[in-house]
Design a protein around this ligand. Structure first.
Ligand code: FS2
Ligand code: SF4
Length: 552
């Protein structure tokens, strides 16, 4: 086992990475090895998808399968070995299908088929023990490789994994793009070649950032087409009497299906974690039984789901061991999410969830409501832009902070709460991702009617924040980096890595990330990123704030 993809990876003086029998997230060595093998097989599919495209052979099912299955290997998504093995077999079938089509097309044109990397050849064994015996070939730190090269390869692979996750979120909303799929395959295949070319790997990291910018735009289009543009909305964060279903993760299509199927059944539906922004979309306002948000970010789910008196649906990341909170019989997984022994729902019928919610007690009474305001995605931000600009010009707003990203359970993450509390009163905080839960229930007031805390949405809604920054840059006729804007990103998993790559590829400088640097970045790589982009790790609130506000 070797996995170093998330912020909580094991760090030792001898080297970083979870490499013993189990990762910090609970992922067993066997699961990690199968995930590596799955990635290896997917790289084989992509290698032949690239070759087949040379002859105009494109298969949409394969184009959507590869990012979806890749998403299954993202942190806290799928811990179910059997499902991961099924994905690997499916990858083998698709790879061989494309390979056969490519070879036939070559024959037809009288040209010699070209070899692809070793991923194009491996035949998976037929039993789990034998598959595990094959896994070393696919380990991400395979072979003798300089640590900087390995770090760059992993930066690319983990970044592409984040982009793959957003591609799958977009696909659920009927948004796919053949050019994005082609470029995705090209990068996936290239990463399978185990390049030792640092410049090419670095350029690929930037390419992934640019690709993800287009993916986030596609996802934004999918969400706003399906559900309308988010509007500033007051949301209750306390419990409401009655039977209950809690919907977590990022896939709002599932929330819509659940709301349709629970209508008139006396069940209240709550959002959790990254599903909170759904409450701001017009399409969801027609459901009176969507009553609010319950709980906070993913790392608190064992406590929060444990005490939630209803059924829970995990539509995407992040799931953690449901046996700890003893709710494995009333949590359900969707899409690429998996936990051994937990009921997985395919298709669009949620009756098993509804029946479970009806069996359970539900909330006995209404708590006193606590309202928070959400819904400042790009349309709402653009509508507020003239007032914001006026307040910047008259000196009422001095600075903007984007404090967002992922949450996590390390004590050092209190930095983000402390930072939000410490920024001066004449500044605005934009937030997004589940990192917002570090401070989104606090009161920040407003500046001449502009709320000081603007919740932009899910982590992928970084796209909206970028649109605001680009609009302000045009209005103030300055460079993006000359705006009075500081970005402080809390990172945990690979979606955050790709959002960071997107920002860097757009030329955004001086971003701070925390609470610690990615374990796969060597000192050399971290230095290069600091020199080129001013990228640095958070230190302490007082020093960082002084630096961001240019206070001597
Ligand atoms: Fe939070 Fe987890 Fe959005 Fe991340 S729910 S850390 O994967 O995707 O953010
Ligand atoms: Fe370790 Fe994170 Fe990988 Fe889990 S996902 S095994 S915690 S690096």
């Amino acid at each position: 086992m070797f996995c170093v993809q998330c912020e909580q990876t094991i760090r030792t003086p001898a080297g970083n990475g979870c490499s013993y029998s189990q990762g910090m997230c609970g992922k067993l060595a066997s699961t990690s090895d199968i995930q590596d093998l799955l990635i290896y097989m997917l790289q084989g599919v992509s290698a032949y998808a690239v070759k087949a495209r040379e002859f105009g052979i494109v298969d949409n099912n394969i184009d959507t399968f590869v990012p979806k299955a890749f998403f299954a290997t993202l942190t806290n998504v799928n811990f179910d070995d059997e499902r991961l093995i099924d994905y690997a077999y499916q990858a083998q079938t698709y790879r061989d299908q494309l390979k056969a089509a490519y070879i036939a097309a070559c024959k037809g044109k009288g040209v010699e088929p070209e070899m692809v990397s070793a991923q194009g050849e491996l035949l998976l064994a037929t039993s789990k023990p034998e598959i595990l015996a094959q896994a070393p070939v696919a380990l991400l730190n395979r072979g003798e490789v300089h640590e900087d090269i390995l770090g760059l390869r992993l930066l690319c692979l983990y970044g592409l994994k984040g982009a793959a996750a957003y591609m799958e979120h977009a696909r659920v909303l009927d948004q796919t793009d053949v050019d994005i799929a082609a470029e995705f395959h090209q990068i996936m295949a290239f990463l399978g070649e185990d390049s030792v070319d640092a410049d090419k790997l670095f350029a690929t990291a930037m390419q992934i950032g640019q690709l993800n910018y287009r993916v986030m735009a596609m996802l934004d289009l999918g969400e706003t087409t399906a559900f309308g543009h988010p509007e500033p909305t007051q949301v209750n964060t306390k419990s409401v009497k009655g039977k209950a279903i809690l919907v977590s993760g990022h896939d709002m299509k599932d929330l819509e299906l659940i709301l349709e199927q629970t209508a008139g059944k006396g069940i209240n539906v709550f959002t959790h974690g990254e599903m909170l922004p759904a409450l701001a979309y017009p399409a969801f306002k027609k459901y009176p039984h969507l009553v609010g948000n319950y709980g906070s970010a993913w790392q608190n789910q064992q406590k929060e789901f444990g005490t939630f008196p209803g059924a829970v649906v995990m539509t995407s990341n992040c799931i953690i061991d449901p046996n700890v909170g003893e709710y494995s019989d009333r949590i359900f997984t969707r899409s690429i999410v998996g936990w051994p022994g937990v009921t997985h729902i395919e298709g669009e019928d949620f009756s098993v969830v509804i029946n479970k919610a009806l069996e359970l007690e539900g909330f006995a009474y209404d708590e006193i409501p606590h309202m928070i305001t959400i819904g400042f995605a790009r349309n709402a931000l653009m509508a507020a832009a003239p007032t914001v600009v006026e307040n910047v010009k008259n000196g009422s707003i001095k600075h903007f902070f984007l404090i967002g990203g992922c949450d996590g359970d390390k004590a050092e993450r209190s930095y983000f709460t402390d930072l939000a509390k410490s920024v001066p009163d004449d500044t605005i905080i934009l937030t997004l991702g589940c990192g917002k839960y570090k401070f989104n229930k606090l009161e920040f007031g407003d500046i001449n009617g502009v709320p000081r805390l603007l919740d932009v949405g899910q982590c992928n809604d970084a796209y909206s924040a970028i649109q605001l920054a680009l609009a302000l840059k045009d209005i103030f006729e300055c460079d993006l980096n000359d705006l009075p804007l500081s970005l402080v990103l809390s990172w945990f998993e690979q979606k955050a890595i790709v959002v960071l790559l997107t920002l860097l590829s757009l030329g955004v400088k001086n971003i701070r990330t925390g609470p610690s640097a990615p374990g796969f970045l060597t000192e050399n790589l971290a230095n290069i990123l600091e020199q080129q982009f001013g990228l640095r790790t958070t230190t302490d609130v007082e020093s960082d704030l002084k630096a961001m506000l240019n206070v001597a």
